[in-house]
Design a protein around this ligand. Structure first.
Ligand code: GDR
Length: 330
């Protein structure tokens, strides 16, 4: 059985990927940090097949030990401070985990597996946030980076160090430049889930307003379940490379809000939405739209779930969840 080691196992992508790899017959190991981490218990409850291994991206010896224990064929580095807004308040922590964490993971792989002809294949979760104040539209693998947050800066370091280790030491290391990807497992702090959850609660009479920041920003939103397949495909190629993973469509936050309210039959959405400066960012990424042609041609990958289906899936899921919590029959 092939063996996969995933950092960030408790996050949206870690859970989708673990499920996907388990379905492909992998033994799945997931790294969890901290003491009595409540999110680790949630992973065990949901996916008892995942073997949890202690470790922390800030602690190189713990990464070496985790790899020695799990002996993986493939390492997926999804662990990070992933919330852009938080990175402005905790910039140093973000640089350490989201940026230097990648370097530590690569070093751990070199230490336990040697350098050239290293059998471990490495996937790095790069991000469209690296494009930031975009230099061209749509964005491709060759678009220059101009990050707009400490998170984006840390991801640029992670991306560049993967390229450097691949070129310097012959590691099989790939970066997936993933554009926003969402779904029912998305954390409530991200705008899609914040909106779909609030819309469900408003529909059920449990909440009366939705407070947001910038409604004009545009994002290329896909479904997380589709995107983890691309991660795996990247590690099955003859040569390691970097790929943009996106839908090629962009929508504003306002469109997202309008569509989510329409899903529950509310047209006068403006009556429920208020803007608050506290949700605006010191520097914003105004427009993202990716060109996934290379992934389509070389990996045979394409997104299956479009924007309307994605919003509908998330609103319907939140309706079920919130109704069940409140004891309301739908
Ligand atoms: P993003 O995701 O920063 O693109 O990064 P997020 O959903 O947080 O923001 C998207 C856009 O929505 C605007 N916005 C708000 N955002 C949040 N979170 N809350 C609000 O109330 C709100 N109002 C407006 C934001 O300003 C922004 O323009 C995500 C993360 O998953 C990263 O880890 C990942 O790398 C990228 O996607 C690709």
């Amino acid at each position: 059985m092939p063996r996969a080691f995933i950092t960030g196992i408790t996050g949206q992508d870690g859970r989708h990927l673990a499920e996907f790899l388990h379905g492909k017959g992998y033994d799945v190991y997931g790294m969890v940090k901290g003491q009595n981490n409540p999110r680790a218990q949630a992973v065990t409850d949901e996916m008892p097949f995942v073997e949890l291994v202690p470790g922390d991206l800030a602690d190189l010896p713990s990464l070496v030990a985790a790899l020695e224990l799990s002996q993986p064929d493939e390492v997926y580095n999804l662990g990070a401070i992933s919330f852009v807004a938080l990175s402005f308040n905790q910039a140093e922590l973000t640089a350490n985990l989201t940026g230097l964490g990648v370097l530590r993971m690569l070093e751990a792989i070199r230490m336990i597996g040697g350098t050239h002809d290293n059998p471990i294949r490495f996937y790095q979760a790069s991000s469209s946030e690296m494009f930031g104040k975009v230099r061209e539209t749509p964005q491709t693998e060759t678009t220059p980076f101009h990050p707009r947050s400490p998170y984006g800066c840390a991801k640029v370091f992670g991306h560049d160090i993967v390229v450097n280790y691949r070129e310097s030491y012959g590691l099989y290391a790939c970066s997936g430049i993933l554009f926003n990807h969402e779904g029912p497992r998305r954390g409530i702090e991200f705008v899609t889930r914040k909106v779909t959850n609030a819309v469900a609660r408003i529909k059920l009479g449990l909440q009366h307003e939705l407070v947001l920041g910038n409604l004009d920003a545009k994002r290329d939103w896909g479904y997380a379940g589709d995107y983890v397949k691309a991660m795996w495909l990247m590690l099955q190629q003859d040569e390691p490379d970097d790929y943009v993973i996106a839908t090629g469509e962009t929508h504003s936050i306002e469109e997202l809000v309008e569509r989510a309210f329409a899903e529950v039959g509310i047209d006068n959405w403006r009556d429920y939405v208020r803007q608050d400066p506290k949700f605006f960012r010191p520097a914003e990424v105004d427009l993202l739209i990716g060109d996934p042609s290379k992934a389509r041609e070389k990996l045979g990958w394409k997104p299956e779930v479009g924007f309307p289906e994605l919003v509908s899936m998330m609103v319907q899921n939140d309706l079920q969840l919130e109704a069940a919590k409140a004891g309301i029959e739908l």
